[in-house]
Design a protein around this ligand. Structure first.
Ligand SMILES: Cc1cc2nc3c(=O)[nH]c(=O)nc-3n(C[C@H](O)[C@H](O)[C@H](O)COP(=O)(O)OP(=O)(O)OC[C@H]3O[C@@H](n4cnc5c(N)ncnc54)[C@H](O)[C@@H]3O)c2cc1C
Length: 298
């Protein structure tokens, strides 16, 4: 990344909110469930699956959690009523796990129970490294009663390979991503190729063990390597899917879909779009140019 791009990335949080909103529109399906349902219907009509997320993360009290839970239950009902091919992705912090651990576990259990009634699935998103152990404990607790739940692991973390060795023993449905949170070099790989190498090492471990894996990346290098590995190991198509974010690399998404692979798009919606948008903008290699033009009229 150029010096200029780095500068913009480090100052994006100081950008006026309307500018952040303008550039993050493409990453978000809308403010309300109806809009997200329309986006998912459109994907489904092209044989593309979805995972739906009600945006929001840093809740400060239980009434905010209850509101978020209600919205996720509405999403599950909406998926069922509209016969969508979609599941949900949930952040443990949004469900109150950091406010009150048992309350958070019970809240997520209610979502998993509703999903189970619909024969649907809940993906537990992974947040920053202070929550990794808690998230795995949550998963273990949910799996005592339900099988329609899976977790996310992050290839940037040095611990993840060992975590997957343990999680494999319990039979786990994974999403494997690079990891978006800015972790310290003491616990995380920082080099682009180092993270890619770890991603492939972990993916091989997951697939060889027969786990279902959501291969979540827009990195064409990793997507090609994953396809090669799947071919080499002769992994059946019902044991993996590719996953991408709404608004990112639509060209690549369509190519993967045309090649006949299963692909799922992360479709977030909601009025609490700001933190999610900041993360996405920081990852966008073209962002600096766009924002510069918007601010200075070039
Ligand atoms: C379905 C899904 C779910 C995820 N869930 C989690 C999670 O639970 N926890 C977590 O920590 N992380 C999650 N992530 C984010 C992930 O960890 C990465 O931060 C993100 O996917 C970028 O990494 P990459 O593998 O796409 O590679 P990169 O090297 O970052 O990107 C590869 C290429 O994709 C394009 N690209 C990537 N991001 C953008 C963008 N925002 N705008 C425009 N172009 C872009 C660029 O062309 C870039 O060169 C998820 C990602 C996906 C796809």
């Amino acid at each position: 990344m150029s010096f200029f791009n780095n500068l913009i990335v480090s100052t994006v949080q100081a950008m006026p909110k309307p500018i952040v909103g303008f550039f993050s529109k493409k990453y978000i399906a809308g403010d309300y469930l109806d809009e997200a349902i329309d986006v998912v219907k459109e994907f489904n009509s092209k044989n593309i699956l979805a995972t739906m997320d009600v945006l929001g993360e840093s809740v400060t009290n239980k009434s905010e959690v209850e509101e978020a839970k209600k919205q996720f239950l509405d999403v599950l009902d909406g998926i069922n009523d509209n016969k969508l091919n979609a599941n949900i992705s949930v952040k443990p912090s949004q469900m109150g796990i950091l406010l009150d651990r048992q309350y958070g576990v019970n809240t997520i259990k209610d979502l998993v129970a509703r999903a189970a009634g619909y024969n649907n699935f809940v993906r537990i998103d992974m947040e920053d490294a202070t929550t990794t152990d808690l998230t795995f404990e949550l998963l273990a607790e949910l799996k005592k009663e339900y099988s329609n739940v899976g977790v996310v692991v992050q290839a940037c973390l040095k611990r993840t390979y060992d975590d997957v060795v343990l999680l494999n023993k319990a039979g786990t449905n994974y999403r494997l991503c690079k990891g978006i949170y800015n972790e310290s070099p003491a616990i995380a790989y920082k080099g682009k190729q180092q993270i890619r190498d770890n991603y492939m090492k972990i993916l091989e471990l997951m697939l060889k063990n027969g786990n279902y894996v959501g291969i979540a990346t827009h990195d064409e290098y990793l997507i090609n390597k994953a396809k090669e590995l799947i071919e080499k190991l002769n992994i059946p198509r019902d044991k993996f899917e590719f996953q991408m974010l709404l608004g990112v690399r639509a060209d690549l998404r369509n190519k993967i879909n045309k090649e006949g692979y299963k692909i799922r798009i992360y479709v977030p919606y909601g009025i609490d779009w700001y933190p999610y948008s900041i993360r996405r903008l920081k990852e966008n290699p073209q962002m600096a140019g766009h924002i510069f033009k918007a601010l200075f009229g070039f």
